[in-house]
Design a protein around this ligand. Structure first.
Ligand code: DAH
Length: 345
């Protein structure tokens, strides 16, 4: 039995040596020192020994068990330490490595144009107003003095959704909505937003684009107020040397109606390819709010008057940044978009 014991001890020690992970070593502990292991079996088998040999054998088995346990515990401490170290090495962050460069975004050119215009008007006490892109025929046309069947509706080819609903063709319906809400109170608003027209896309046409509408209503608002305001706008967007001129035009919602040109920022007025040799560049439409429009929204045209204007944001951005194709604004080619500097704030 002593020989059996020493062979067993040899075997366990070898297994302990061979175990290379905590898990393997735990398996060795269970297999040899556990309740169902060979050492327990040995102790159980002692009953068959002659009585005088039992104490000696008992002592030997216990001694062997203690020795094996000590070796195993020591090895376990080693393997556990190694496991912790491996995990730490795995999770270490080298703080001396250079960081990944953060890509700083920039504003879309249309956003820049719109924000610049908003800033100018907010500085003069205007409020920003918005309206729905899916609009009622009433606000898009009728309330703007364009009754059903009016020929001027053809100036703006429309996407109808139902008999009464369409994608708004301009931001002017926000005028009618705001007047209705303000119920006779004075108004100073600027309304940026998307508009839609049934146009075939090409270098200068897009079925979707951005407009900025302006509206002022109050007592004694005159054409000269409109002219002064547009002069400021022209100078803010294209430089303080710009002059403006107003040409007679037609819009159903204004009377009189005008189109505004600025003196060419490229040639200063002498004539070049940007201004088509005229010295002037067309910028926007405007006019004095038509009495019918005031009346339909509940304002008394005998007591108040107003002016309005509508700007195409893409047109301003194309002129300002020299963009030759309107589709660049919507195709999201990063090489195009990244050319515009980030605006602060
Ligand atoms: N709504 C016009 C358009 O889309 C632009 C416009 C012209 C707006 C004159 C106005 C205005 O407010 O007074 O073509």
């Amino acid at each position: 039995m002593e020989a059996q014991l020493s062979a067993l001890k040899q075997e366990v020690l070898e297994k302990i040596q061979a175990a290379s992970t905590v898990k393997e070593l735990q398996d060795v502990r269970v297999a040899y020192l556990g309740k169902k292991g060979p050492i327990t079996d040995l102790l159980k088998g002692m009953g068959k020994l002659p009585a005088e040999e039992r104490p000696k054998m008992g002592a030997l088995v216990n001694e062997m068990r203690q020795e094996v346990t000590a070796v195993l515990d020591a090895r376990m401490t080693e393997l556990e330490a190694a496991a912790v170290e491996a995990q730490l090495a795995n999770e270490t962050i080298d703080v001396t490595l250079p960081g990944r460069p953060v890509q700083i975004g920039n504003h879309h050119p249309l956003t820049k144009v719109i924000e610049e215009i908003e800033d100018l008007f907010i500085g003069m006490g205007y409020e920003i107003a918005e309206g729905p892109e899916v609009e009622k025929d009433y606000y898009n046309f009728e309330a703007l003095n364009l009754p059903k069947g009016h020929p001027a509706r053809d100036m703006q080819d429309s996407f109808y959704i139902s008999e009464e609903l369409l994608l708004r063709t301009h931001t002017s319906p926000v005028q009618a909505r705001t007047m209705e809400k303000k119920k006779g109170e004075p108004i100073r608003i600027i309304c940026p937003g998307k508009v839609f027209r049934r146009d075939n896309d090409d270098a200068t046409h897009s079925h979707q684009f951005m407009q900025i509408e302006g509206l002022v209503i109050g007592e004694n608002i005159r054409m000269t107020d409109l002219k002064g305001t547009l002069d400021l706008l022209g100078k803010k967007m294209f430089g303080s040397n710009r002059e403006i001129r107003l040409r007679p035009s037609f819009f159903p919602f204004t009377e009189p109606s005008v189109e505004m040109d600025i003196s060419c920022f490229k040639c200063g007025g002498s004539g070049c390819s940007v201004c088509k040799r005229t010295g002037w560049i067309e910028i926007l439409g405007a006019g004095m709010v038509h009495p019918n429009v005031l009346e339909m929204a509940g304002y008394d045209p005998e007591k108040v008057s107003g002016f309005a204007f509508g700007i195409g944001a893409e047109r301003i951005a194309m002129l300002k940044y020299g963009v030759e194709d309107i589709r660049h604004f919507y195709t999201n080619d990063m090489r195009f978009i990244q050319q515009f500097e980030r605006t602060e704030g």
